[in-house]
Design a protein around this ligand. Structure first.
Ligand code: G6P
Length: 608
């Protein structure tokens, strides 16, 4: 987690750094700081809390200088205090660094450096790196960073500045993202693209083990041996507008409303003129796809829920067994994965540490691994055998929304592609499912256009302490995602269960104060779901149902109905998820929560 920015160029660095940090605040927001090379001094300002506090401090006492580094923190080592906030300096105060990641051998290094006389002031692993670079510094900052990183275990993205080299930034990475925005007479190092977009669209992606030497005029990239290598440069196609709120109150709301577009983009070009489903990224023939004996899906958080939807689709359409694991379990549990297994790693950020470890684990066991991700150039794209991109555009709100539905869209195409290759569906069935899938963006648009009542419904549940989400079949992962959305942004406890399992425990929780959200869309278990609604109602529960337009009977079972258009059961996950995103959003807003930056969470979990 954590966001880092570095600037070198003709302009005042502090403004650029604060602008960049504003766009990276989603990565962490418990404290922030900047260090600027300022007329022979290292000016350092750090503040606890949101970036606003740092901005206010700088506004009152401007920091002058044209090269510097900045950081927004998500604490791993030590509480969010000013002393623990980045940047960190060495003993001399001439070197400052920012870091994202975890240095696993920091305790050992700390002992060694303290014994050598270094005065370490904070509890962080980062400060140890500053002292390590100081210990190895003999006038060449690049060499010192290179030697220091060779001693680090764990993950890092680092940017360093030194008073001896006033316009130089040195950046290095391993297992944490880092890019360099290439400007005209200026360059900007950052954890993620939105931080540089205001200034440039040309971006160099730093790879693991590489060190970048950045001055206003030049960027050179070196590999671990010190040899200069050609940087991988790409031109970003989306603009800053896409990474900003565009008139919405929050990123989350904007991203919920961007779903029709995200879905259209993700589904674009997926059927050829011959009517066949296209997924050339797989680079696998029909024969190879038919030879797959098992699919394993690994993912975390919301992406895991997309995986659960995909399991139902792949098993139903392609008749191949699918297992879904949370990545942190998969990587440690000796899974049965071999060369006949297709592993699908779902990660919107492409940087989730556990999912990346899962990818490595699966490849070591001989499986072919495909990533489903939203971020071009992210780490998973280099680790997997192939990449299926969702084209949702940047997602800034910590709680995933548009990337979730885009993942389901991409995975639905994958399921159809597998079914086509394995001939488990007739060509006409594939064609008709594709035709319906292609209408899902319009369905979502219709839901969003008719969602005004959800806020009124939300108003009645703002005081809830606990809630239950129920569904069957496709409704189970939808209920799980609905519960996750509610708990992560409103802090109301929310538990999801398969409705049929409710009698085995959760029914004991039912009181009039525990709202029950039920996914009751049309499908072959609809009647069963209605019975479950009756059971909770008989125990005093207030029910919010997600149901299909025209289902007038549901009104008599539920206090509130969140309506969606009729779609076939297999394709109901995306439409049914949307009202639950809005329900969570409105409840959280009415409770005064910061929906874009919920407490304790981070957008991309780059540490284990
Ligand atoms: C964090 C985010 C979630 C996300 C999960 C997995 O917990 O807050 O929104 O679903 O990480 O992230 P990934 O980038 O791997 O999909």
């Amino acid at each position: 987690m954590c966001g880092i920015v570095g600037y070198t160029g003709p302009r005042q660095a502090c403004g650029v750094l604060l602008g960049g940090l504003t766009r990276l605040e989603y990565r962490g927001y418990d404290s922030a700081g900047v260090a600027v090379v300022s007329d022979g001094e290292m000016a350092l300002v750090r503040r606890v809390g949101k970036l606003e506090n740092l901005k206010a401090a700088v506004a009152g006492d401007p920091v002058v200088g044209t090269a510097g580094i900045g950081h927004t923190r998500w604490a791993t080592h030590g509480a969010p205090t000013e002393d623990n906030a980045h940047p960190h300096r060495d003993c001399s105060g001439r070197l400052a660094i920012v870091h994202n990641g975890i240095i696993e051998n920091f305790a050992e290094l700390r002992t060694e450096l303290a014994a050598a006389g270094h005065a370490i002031r904070s509890e962080t692993d980062t400060e140890v790196v500053a002292h390590l670079i100081e210990a190895l510094y003999e006038g060449d900052l690049v060499a010192a960073v290179q030697k220091a990183t060779a001693r680090l275990h764990g993950s890092y993205a680092i940017a360093a500045v030194h008073l001896d080299h006033p316009d130089l930034l040195v950046a290095a990475r391993k297992d944490s993202p880092l890019i360099i925005g290439l400007g005209d007479g200026e360059n900007i190092v950052a954890s993620d693209i939105p931080a540089v977009l205001e200034h440039t669209r040309r971006v160099a992606v730093l790879h693991d083990g590489q060190v970048a030497v950045v001055t206003p005029e030049r960027v050179t990239v070196h590999d671990a041996s010190g040899a200069e290598v050609e940087p991988e440069v790409m031109v970003v196609e989306w603009d800053l507008d896409a990474a900003e709120k565009g008139g919405y109150e929050d990123f989350m709301l904007k991203e919920i409303f961007e779903q029709p577009k995200a879905l259209r983009e993700t589904l674009r070009g997926r059927v050829g003129e011959d009517g066949r489903i296209q997924m050339s990224e797989l680079q696998m023939s029909d024969e190879e796809l038919a030879a797959i004996e098992r699919v394993f899906i690994v993912a975390c958080g919301t992406s895991y829920h997309a995986g659960l939807v995909a399991k139902l689709l792949i098993e139903q359409w392609a008749r191949v067994p699918v297992e879904v694991d949370v990545s942190s379990e998969f990587r440690y549990r000796d899974p049965i994965v071999d060369r006949n297994t297709l592993v699908v790693a779902i990660t919107q950020s492409g940087e989730t540490a556990d999912t990346l470890a899962g990818v490595r684990e699966a490849r070591e066991r001989g499986a072919r691994v495909f990533a489903v991700t939203n971020v071009v150039g992210s780490r998973v794209t280099r680790e997997a055998d192939g990449v299926i991109y969702t084209h949702a555009g940047p997602e800034i709100g910590v709680a995933a929304t548009k990337t979730f539905t885009a993942q389901i869209a991409a995975l639905s195409v994958l399921a159809l592609r597998l079914a086509q290759a394995r001939a488990t569906l007739e060509p006409e069935q594939v064609a008709s499912l594709w035709a319906e899938l292609a209408t899902v963006p319009d369905v979502v648009e219709a839901i969003l256009a008719d969602a005004q009542d959800i806020e009124a419904c939300a108003r009645e549940y703002t005081q809830a302490v606990s809630s239950l989400f129920l569904g069957r079949g496709m409704g189970v992962p939808v209920a799980m995602e609905g519960a996750l959305k509610l708990k992560e942004i409103s802090y109301i406890h929310a538990e999801a269960y398969p409705a049929g399992e409710m009698k085995h425990g959760p029914i004991a929780l039912i009181t009039p104060d525990v709202p029950v959200v039920v996914v009751a869309t049309q499908g072959h278990t609809y009647e069963k779901v209605v019975s479950n609604i009756q059971e909770v109602r008989a125990r005093g529960a207030r029910v919010i149902a997600v149901a299909t337009y025209g289902d007038e009977a549901i009104r008599s079972y539920a206090e509130h109905v969140l309506w969606i258009p009729q779609v076939s059961e297999a394709l109901s996950a995306i439409p049914a998820a949307v009202p639950l995103q809005l329900l969570a959003y409105h409840i959280a807003k009415l409770r005064g929560c910061n929906v874009d930056q919920p407490r304790n969470l981070a957008k991309s979990v780059t540490v284990e």
